[in-house]
Design a protein around this ligand. Structure first.
Ligand code: DMJ
Length: 522
């Protein structure tokens, strides 16, 4: 059942959209009536009791305008295609026609109360044909498509979304048929043939195998079918077994040429789906990032009962605080590097999700469990989060476009150099600002988020939508003609939430999957 709180929230959001879209409330109200016994969109009415100051409201309205601009461009030039090319104004179909843009935009449009646009997206996701000869990424399809459908189902009670989630997850299940049960990277949507990437040497990527559990476990809880949870938790079982088996010093657990992990709590980026052995360096960037996030989020989503998950997460926090978090000399910039044979002083944009993860742990008392014997306090964790977010923001602030780079490297004199200057409309810093604002209620984080929204509007906006740019140091920015679906699911959603009241998707009731789709805590 949709809670009263959720209905109030949608109510408030809807009012904004009615105003923005100049939709007649009477007409719109008719559009949100139940349209079938099993199928209903949350009922909405006009603004009541919102505690939102006028500047937050103005900024939130501006984010709604950005989202509607992007959606309109997608519908006009790329409807039904996987993504919009916002400069050449056409569709791109690199996802085999599985339509991630409509999936990823759906819950944002619903949250914003943009009912017509939501109905367009809902119709599009219903039309996608998954019986197609395409080899899909198990991870991406899980976090985008399955995640979006779970979220849409929980927000609307519309059974068709649950049916789609199950259909897609069923297509992905053959990926788990390995000796260890650890999922392969890709699976054929017809035929179920699986493969791992050549550049990974046949190994499975940690972030991929380790970021399916929120979706598959939730799907089991919603459908009553144990097969989804059973498949995805094989990987967690493997991690737990490894950690109880002398990790990280037991060499039998590694590929023969792999470096031993420098610290407990860090995990190599690759695991062999046949032998279960580990290899590669550790980081909180690509290849690894959301694995760590899912340790904490699974613990929260499923009732804070699984002590193994909490313990694994705490080990990681320990490793971050004592070994990976460094401060530059003189400039005192906090960052998290990579660890393999040695320490690499680079910070990836992707790693800017870590402040948000740490704060979520703090908010849920992950560091206050009795008798854990940890050497740090909740305050240490919160301070690390604040410092790291400040560095991530500084990378935005000090750039000519006001947008941060993909990767920087820190030097021994306290300066940094940009190693990869692209910006592909990524959300991680905004996501962290959202958590920090919810926790501290410090409006500084809203100001930071707003300056990023303004920079995106100024340098990434096109007539048809928003584009990735090649170099955030260059004005005018050179567009890359691509708008990833996570721009809707995360970048715009976290901006929208940053400027909304804390009653919108409250963090004691919802957990966001790594693609920004909210799941109700079980
Ligand atoms: C998103 O698809 C997800 O957040 C994923 O976990 C990693 N990166 C992208 C956005 O940058």
């Amino acid at each position: 059942m949709i809670s009263v709180r959720f209905v109030v929230v949608v109510t408030l959001l809807y009012a904004t959209a009615v105003w923005l879209l100049h939709v007649d409330p009477a007409t719109s109200a008719a559009l949100v009536q139940p349209h079938g016994p099993q199928s209903r969109v949350a009922r909405v009415s006009l603004d009541e009791g919102v505690e939102l100051d006028s500047s937050a409201r103005r900024r939130r309205d501006a984010v709604v305008e950005m989202a509607l601009h992007a959606w309109k461009g997608y519908v006009q030039f790329a409807a039904g295609h996987d993504e919009l090319k916002p400069v050449s104004r056409r569709g791109a179909d690199g996802w085999g026609g599985t339509g991630p843009t409509a999936f990823d935009a759906l819950d944002l449009l619903l949250l914003m109360g943009a009912h017509d646009e939501y109905a367009q997206a809902a119709a599009m996701v219903s039309r996608v044909n998954f019986d197609t000869r395409f080899s899909a990424s198990v991870f991406e399809t899980t976090i985008r498509h399955v995640g979006a459908m779970i979220s849409a189902f929980e927000m609307t009670d519309d059974e068709k979304f649950l049916r789609i989630a199950r259909k897609v997850a069923d297509k992905l299940l053959p990926a788990f048929k390995t000796k260890t049960g650890i999922a392969m990277h890709q699976v054929g949507l017809t035929g179920g043939a699986t493969q791992n990437e050549q550049w990974c040497n046949g190994k499975t990527i940690l972030a991929e195998a380790g970021s399916l559990q929120l979706e598959f476990r939730k799907l089991s809880a919603l459908s009553g079918e144990a097969k989804y949870a059973r498949a995805a938790t094989k990987f967690t079982d493997h991690v737990v077994k490894t950690s109880l088996n002398g990790w990280p010093t037991n060499r039998d657990l590694y590929e023969s040429d792999a470096p031993t992990m420098p610290h407990r709590g860090l995990w190599p980026s690759f695991v062999d789906p046949v032998s279960g052995k580990w290899s590669g360096a550790a980081s909180l960037a690509s290849l690894s990032d959301s694995y760590y996030e899912y340790l904490l989020k699974q613990w929260i989503l499923f009732g804070k009962k699984d002590d193994h998950l909490l313990s694994l997460y705490e080990d990681t926090v320990e490793a971050i605080l004592h070994h990976l978090l460094r401060y530059t000399p003189k400039t005192h910039l906090a960052y998290i590097g990579h660890a393999g044979i040695g320490f690499e002083p680079t910070l990836d944009h992707l790693t800017c999700f870590v402040p948000g993860m740490l704060i979520l742990g703090v908010m849920h008392g992950a560091h206050e469990q009795p008798g854990r014997g940890r050497s740090w306090t909740t305050d240490d964790v919160a301070t690390a989060a604040v410092d790291l977010a400040s560095t991530c923001y500084r990378l935005y602030l000090e750039s000519p476009t006001g947008i941060g780079p993909e990767i920087v490297s820190f030097e021994s004199d306290g300066t940094y150099s940009v190693m990869n200057p692209k910006y592909i409309l990524r959300p991680e810093l905004i996501e962290s600002l959202f958590y920090l604002h919810r926790y501290t209620e410090d409006d500084k984080y809203r100001d930071w988020g707003w300056s990023i929204a303004e920079a995106i509007n100024k340098h990434c906006r096109t007539d048809a939508g928003f584009t990735a740019i090649a170099d955030m140091r260059k004005v005018p920015a050179e567009p890359k003609d691509s708008m990833e679906s996570f721009f809707f699911a995360e970048t715009l959603k976290y901006l929208f939430l940053l400027f909304s009241s804390a009653d919108v998707l409250p963090l004691d009731e919802f957990v966001f999957n790594t693609e920004g789709h909210p799941f109700r805590i079980v």
